[in-house]
Design a protein around this ligand. Structure first.
Ligand code: IMP
Length: 421
């Protein structure tokens, strides 16, 4: 089956581990959106790998990995990641293909990402400062520089010159140092030498392997609620992690997708700003953060933690037509007296079961909870029947609420610490 793994919350759901488990049944793993703002963590034996741009499938030595056209690529961070992986013994060789249509993150994108954030003050989005938003802005303004431009240095030089001229006008307005187009060109011409061997027309490549019935695994980054169209705008990323992004970000037709797996943490986390009705700002939230290691894999920022919000997950499931749910980190909730789940919101005295589009309205929503008895130990459990009864009640309630089966339950960070049903 060609499958898509997609985050059902605000990112950091544990997609890396689920992709790693499912990769054994795939031939090709493809990233379709986002960039090095992602941080997919995979623990194999005693080694922890954090992948930002390169699909997690690279850790399986016989799989081909594709960075699709919808991804924005910072060549500096790509090359660093590649070297780190090679240093850890991962052989990349010819197993990695980069779309010639993918856009390049430029130094001025990163600078302006940080600048825009500081000018927003308390209203800042809380971006990863990886230049993601400004890079997608250039893409949609039709002035972006693409991976294929690395193949022709004259074109690259001209485009950098033109863009830097425009950017420098903005630098003057903001009163910051101007960029030097020659320096940027020299830097990117160096990157071009190392990146060229990986560049391919991945649209034709992917359609070819699809026709040849190879199995494709789509690896979503970020989460459904960070989607530029459907997320909690403006506190979102600048791409489409939801199902549509998988087609526009690879060039594969919708028929190429047969199964959608939503990854959902047993509780909720969020990095960056924006409303979060079930957020816990007390000791319970701190406890989850410490126990769950809830600190950003890309930025190290502490993640905001709260109870599982099923309004959020149900919305995400609807958007992408999720067929199955993989629940992660259930073991982090071990040892609690009681566990709550948000099943709706109270908004101006009435109960609602949807997320208002107007952010100011969403910010006023108070969670309506159902409370479950806690459980002692789910850590390392590998069979559903060995789970404590109260954990089973929690899981089965969520399945009924969503109307979707929970087919995988992750009970620890290691590959084997998972229940499949
Ligand atoms: P950006 O994608 O860096 O522009 O950040 C926009 C918002 O998305 C911020 O709230 C980030 O914290 C959030 N974000 C971006 N990437 C991730 C991710 O991989 N996991 C969780 N949050 C993310």
């Amino acid at each position: 089956m060609n499958r898509l793994v997609i985050g059902a919350q605000w990112g950091d759901e544990g997609k890396g581990k689920i992709v790693d488990i499912l990769t054994k049944d795939a031939d090709i793993v493809v990233r379709y959106q986002g960039g090095s703002n992602a941080g997919h963590t995979v623990c194999i034996d005693d080694e922890t790998f954090i992948l930002h741009l390169i699909p997690s499938g690279i850790l399986h030595k016989d799989k081909i990995c594709v960075i699709g056209n919808g991804v924005v690529i910072d060549p500096k961070s790509f090359l660093e990641e590649k070297r780190t992986l090679e240093g850890l013994g991962v052989e990349i060789g010819e197993r990695l293909l980069i779309s010639e249509k993918a856009h390049l993150v430029m130094p001025y994108h990163k600078e302006f990402d940080a600048l825009k954030e500081s000018s927003l003050g308390d209203d800042k989005i809380g971006t990863t400062k990886r230049g993601i938003g400004p890079c997608y802005v250039d893409k949609h303004a039709r002035v972006g520089i693409r991976i294929c431009d690395l193949l022709s240095l004259d074109i690259l030089k001209k485009k950098i010159e033109t863009n830097v001229e425009e950017i420098n006008k903005l630098c003057d307005v903001y009163g910051i140092d101007r960029f030097n187009h020659k320096e940027i060109f020299e830097e990117y011409a160096e990157y071009a030498k190392e990146i060229t061997p990986y560049i391919r027309n991945t649209v034709y490549y992917l359609n070819g392997v699809y026709k040849n019935k190879k199995k494709i695994l789509f690896e979503g980054a970020q989460g459904s609620l960070l989607d530029i169209d459907f997320g909690t705008y403006p506190f979102v990323t600048s791409s489409n992690p939801t199902v549509g992004g998988a087609f526009s970000g690879t060039g594969l037709p919708y028929k190429a997708l047969e199964n959608v797996i939503g990854v959902m943490k047993a509780y909720t986390t969020r990095v960056g700003n924006g409303p979060f009705p079930s957020e816990l700002t007390d000791d319970v939230g701190d406890n989850i953060r410490q126990k769950g290691g809830e600190f950003g894999a890309t930025t190290g920022r502490p993640r905001r933690c709260g109870w599982l919000d099923l309004v959020v997950v149900k919305y995400a499931a609807m958007l992408s037509g999720m067929d199955e749910i993989a629940m992660t980190k259930i073991d982090v909730l071990d040892g609690m007296d009681e566990i709550k789940v948000c099943t709706g919101y109270e908004y101006e005295g009435r109960k609602i079961g949807f997320i208002p589009s107007q952010l100011e309205e969403f910010a006023k929503c108070k969670p309506v909870y159902k409370t479950f008895e806690g459980w002692d130990n789910t850590k390392n459990v590998e069979s559903y029947s060995d789970l404590p009864d109260s954990a089973k009640q929690y899981i089965e309630f969520i399945e009924r609420f969503l109307g979707i089966p929970i087919t995988m339950i992750s009970t620890g960070s290691k590959r084997n610490e998972v229940i499949t049903r």
